[in-house]
Design a protein around this ligand. Structure first.
Ligand code: NAP
Length: 477
């Protein structure tokens, strides 16, 4: 059985390791970039780091005992991905510089044709592991800016920010990390905030030497910590699921922290304060962002942006904020998933057509009418409280079971439409009463449906994906 995986980020790597380990050996990963790593390969902005502890932002089967701080930085993660690829001998199965443009199911031949920038391939199964955070979203603002500009996911390291007047548009998880180092360098920084955020502290200092030595000598300590952190992350999800009770408590913690950080700047605090329920958008972890906003050489603009002018950014109050450079920290086209890749399933039906009312898939993995096509980090599998790596490992295990079933019993598998429809209804119903429903966010598609996030806990997803029920699939012979 020949399997093609699209994308060599954490998802594609998890799948390849799982398949190889269970004897499915003819696996190729096609990766558009020059190196594996996915979003962590592309996002190299200053300060890029993860705010999930390494114990969980790493594979369960590739834990390390030499981490130097709680949360990994982008270089730490890049190195980790590189090492895991080497340790598992995956290098020979990854074809970098290969951009997949289309996947077409051949009803008669019972297999997939995968079109790439380097020619066509065929496969008995395709795993689309392109994730939700790989297509930068740059707003189309009217007008033209004559200076320099770039997106945080395509950082221009050749551009020297020293002495420049810099505009940053957006105040999401990425901007919160890169604004402090940018403000250190730039002559003046103007931060354009459209919506306020809830913050919790995160300093991420290096561990003391004695602690690092202890972890190396007593690996059980790290394992126990991983378990503890798992439950801590589950408690964050609990606070989003129960905004009136647990959510309130954490919101108080956040409020106290934010008030303390901006204790000398009440006017600024009022302007940047979020106006929606704690946890509805991603809660941001930083002890450095709010103090940076209070710097004398930083201005926060909350007036809506109207247009670009050759010399800067014009806001609704008619003011032109003159800058040399604009950095877009405006996030990703999360609800596009693998598009604009063309995916055509049984009977020539396109995935774009199947998802025109919003993306949905059984457990975020299997789409009716698309035999032996599996999605990783697909619809409703993003997490606001947990670690995506936990979800990816669960998906890799589930997909491996599907492929074993295919290998033993059928030419292809197709999830039953009624099974997928029922699980989609269940997922959507689980959002009721949660903080996620209380504002607009990138978790929603144009129709307002929440299509990116899993509405529950990591442990529920692990439970539901643990054993594939063959009855959920039609066997295509
Ligand atoms: P993001 O969370 O989507 O934030 C985008 C920001 O740009 C928001 O503040 C948004 O405002 C603003 N924006 C978008 N379009 C705009 C426009 N036309 N005019 C003005 N402002 C505009 O993107 P991100 O910061 O790149 O983060 C994306 C995701 O990546 C995160 O949610 C997270 O899942 C992941 N990430 C994770 C980490 C980590 O540590 N684990 C770090 C970085 C990123 P609104 O809020 O009003 O839409």
């Amino acid at each position: 059985m020949r399997v093609i995986i699209v994308g060599a980020g954490f998802g594609g790597i998890a799948a390849a390791i799982e398949l190889r380990r269970r004897g499915i050996a003819d696996v190729t990963i096609l990766e558009k970039a020059d190196r594996p790593g996915g979003t962590w390969f592309h996002n190299t902005y200053p300060g890029a780091a993860c705010d999930v502890p390494s114990h969980l932002y790493s594979f369960s089967f590739a834990q390390r005992y030499d981490w130097v701080r709680l949360c990994p930085t982008q270089p730490d993660i890049s190195r980790y991905v590189h090492d895991v690829v080497a340790e598992h001998g995956l290098s020979d199965m990854i074809e970098t510089g290969t951009h997949v443009t289309a996947c077409r199911w051949d009803d008669a031949g019972r297999r997939w044709t995968v079109e790439t920038s380097r020619g066509e391939r065929t496969a008995d199964a395709v795993i689309v592991a392109t994730g939700q955070l790989h297509q930068p979203a740059t707003p189309r603002l009217p007008g033209e800016f004559a200076g320099h500009s770039f997106h945080s996911a395509a950082w221009d390291h050749a551009y020297d920010l020293r002495g420049k007047r810099v505009a940053v548009i957006g105040t999401g998880a990425s901007a919160v990390q890169f604004v402090p180092p940018v403000a250190e360098q730039a002559a003046h920084t103007t931060v354009f905030q459209r919506t306020g955020n809830w913050f919790l502290p995160r300093r991420n200092h290096r561990y003391p030497r004695a602690y690092r030595m202890l972890v190396r000598r007593v690996p059980a300590l790290q394992r126990a910590r991983r378990k503890g952190l798992f439950w801590y992350l589950e408690s964050l999800t609990a606070s989003i699921r129960h905004p009136q009770t647990l959510g309130r408590l954490l919101a108080i913690r956040s409020r106290l922290f934010m008030r303390y950080q901006l204790r000398a700047h009440p006017e600024l605090r009022e302007r940047i304060w979020p106006d929606y329920t704690f946890g509805c958008k991603r809660v941001l972890f930083s002890s450095f962002f709010l103090p940076t906003l209070a710097r004398p050489d930083v201005e926060v603009v909350t007036e809506p942006i109207e247009r670009l002018a050759p010399t800067g950014v014009v806001t609704a109050d008619g003011r032109t904020h003159e800058v040399d450079c604009i950095i877009y920290g405006t996030g990703f086209r999360t609800t596009d998933f693998m598009f604009p890749m063309e995916v055509t399933g049984a009977g020539g039906r396109s995935l774009a057509e199947a998802w025109k009312g919003g993306a949905h898939a059984h457990l975020g993995i299997a789409v009716p009418g698309f035999p032996s096509l599996y999605v990783m980090y697909g619809p409703n599998t993003n997490t606001s409280g947990g670690s995506i790596i936990t979800y990816l490992e669960a998906q890799a295990g589930y997909i491996r079971q599907a492929l074993e079933l295919q290998r033993d019993r059928a030419a292809a598998l197709s999830v039953r439409p009624e099974v997928e429809a029922a699980s989609d209804r269940e997922v959507q119903a689980r959002f009721a009463g949660t903080a996620w429903t209380r504002c607009d966010s990138w978790y929603r598609d144009e129709s307002g449906r929440i299509v990116t996030n899993w509405p529950g806990y990591m442990r529920e997803y692990l439970e539901q994906t643990k054993r594939l029920d063959p009855g959920d699939f039609e066997l295509v012979s």
